[in-house]
Ligand binder design. Structure first.
Ligand SMILES: Cc1cc2nc3c(=O)[nH]c(=O)nc-3n(C[C@H](O)[C@H](O)[C@H](O)COP(=O)(O)OP(=O)(O)OC[C@H]3O[C@@H](n4cnc5c(N)ncnc54)[C@H](O)[C@@H]3O)c2cc1C
Length: 429
């Protein structure tokens, strides 16, 4: 099918933008994907993909490529500095054989990028979109040069904003919105895996809510298939980053050793320079609705949250699939007759409950792992202990983790996608 008419513009070639571009191009839409970065490189932190995101990768036909390079994670296990279990969530409790996938962000990006090229997406890099104008029948995009002069990038049938947490275009939508930088961030690094490491576990250690150290199996990359990697995370308030740098690597290593002991040693020995640890800052983004006429926000641009629940990239993938579904219902219609406001409203209806639950859960849980409060640590430890020791609690925890919940009392989001993923996984096992 080849739909005539104006192309659809997608701004931002991250997880959300690339996945949406592939799916819309495969539906027959002409898609122009505009990315600010000149040369897309396979960089970024290790991320944990959940069954909700893996179901979309399967729909994209990229599951086999990603699972071949990523590392399966069967359990999240976190202990206090005294060795007491705090968090113990097993994918097996959701569905036997299910797992999360620790993956280098660059692997996911490479797989998506190649699929976008195969699908005929017109990718244009080195283009920072500065403004859009809505007019009857189209959206016009503009870019600004170094002298502040604006030039048009073209007219489009619709505009998908997938330009991330710090989107400069979101504020131009006539929609109430809130973006609140989170006071805590994380230092991360990716290092060759210790041969003696426990495989298949995302391991965390906590001292109250104030200190957290984590190790996550991350698999290998397209470029170095023989080197298995582990992602290392250390949580800290952003305001303490300068003091962390000033106090030197050895002082930090002592804190990590005191918290995580032997398991951390082989990774600490590979760190010689503070520059090997990258600081990641995040923000909570909330919008009253995600569309304004012919413009729709998806991914972190629409609903960034802290990575504590490990859902951001998954949400971006699920957004892309939901957008394709909303647009798919108009299949066969002439493009000029499409009612974009109605299509995007349908998308919003499909995503509302799922995104609301994860936004609330993320806001509730993040201070339990990243704050200065001793009281919250006690509340967390008791609540998680009670949850671990009853079936309902374990089910709630694991269904939250896998990305399947759409409310505090009920689960069931993305049933169709997750069902399809289960079938594929069984065939593939
Ligand atoms: C340390 C860390 C760990 C994380 N761990 C996990 C995890 O375990 N699991 C998980 O699911 N998620 C995790 N996340 C979150 C996840 O990485 C993000 O939610 C996800 O990448 C969001 O994708 P996106 O496409 O919406 O945005 P992005 O990946 O930020 O992409 C936005 C793109 O838009 C481009 N852009 C911006 N402005 C413009 C413009 N004006 N014109 C053109 N292009 C523009 C940018 O260059 C960028 O390429 C983690 C995040 C961090 C920081």
């Amino acid at each position: 099918m080849n739909l005539n008419g104006l192309p659809i513009a997608i701004v931002g070639a991250g997880t959300a933008g690339l996945a949406a571009a592939i799916l819309l191009a495969r539906q027959g839409h002409a898609v122009r994907l505009l990315e600010r970065v000149e040369r897309l490189q396979p960089v970024g932190a290790g991320i944990l993909l959940q069954p909700s995101g893996l179901a979309v990768l399967q729909r994209l036909g990229l599951l086999a490529e990603c699972t071949a390079l990523g590392a399966p994670v069967s359990r999240l296990y976190g202990t206090s500095c005294q060795g007491r279990a705090i968090l113990d969530t097993r994918y097996h409790d959701w569905q036997p054989g299910s797992f999360g996938l620790g993956i280098h962000r660059g692997v996911l990006m490479t797989a998506l990028l190649h699929a976008a090229q195969r699908a005929g997406v017109q990718l244009e890099t080195g283009i920072a979109v500065s403004r859009f104008e809505q007019a009857p029948g189209h959206v016009r995009l503009l870019r600004e040069d170094a002298h502040g002069d604006e030039s048009p990038l073209g007219d489009f049938a619709a505009l998908i904003l997938a330009d991330g947490t710090r989107s400069t275009l979101r504020a131009q939508m006539q929609v109430r919105q809130w973006a609140r930088p989170y006071p805590w961030g994380a230092l991360w690094s990716m290092l060759p895996t210790s041969p003696t490491a426990e495989s298949g576990e995302l391991r965390q250690w906590y001292r109250g809510c104030r200190e957290m150290f984590g190790l996550m199996p991350t698999g290998c990359t397209h470029q170095a298939r023989d080197t298995s990697l582990t992602s290392l995370f250390w949580s800290l308030p952003l305001s303490e980053h300068e003091a962390w740098q000033a106090s030197g690597l050895e002082a930090w290593k002592t804190r990590v050793r005191n918290l995580a002991g032997e398991a951390a040693e082989v990774y600490l020995q590979q760190l010689h320079d503070p520059a090997q640890l990258t600081l990641a800052a995040y923000a909570d983004v909330r919008m009253q609705r995600w569309h304004d006429g012919r413009v729709l926000a998806i991914g972190d641009c629409a609903h960034a949250m802290s990575p504590q629940l490990g859902q951001g990239a998954n949400m971006a993938l699920v957004d892309a699939a939901a957008l394709a579904d909303a647009l798919g219902e108009t299949c066969g219609r002439e493009q000029h007759s499409l009612d974009w406001n109605a299509i995007f409203a349908r998308y919003g209806d499909a995503r509302r409950d799922h995104l609301r639950y994860y936004r609330q859960a993320s806001r509730l849980l993040t201070p339990l792992f990243q704050s200065n409060s001793s009281a919250l640590a006690v509340v967390r430890d008791i609540a998680l202990m009670l949850a671990r020791h009853n079936r309902f609690g374990r089910q709630h925890a694991v269904s939250t983790l896998v990305g399947a919940r759409s409310g505090w009392l009920w689960s069931g989001a993305q049933k169709r996608e997750l069902h399809a993923w289960k079938g594929e996984r069984e065939a593939w096992e």
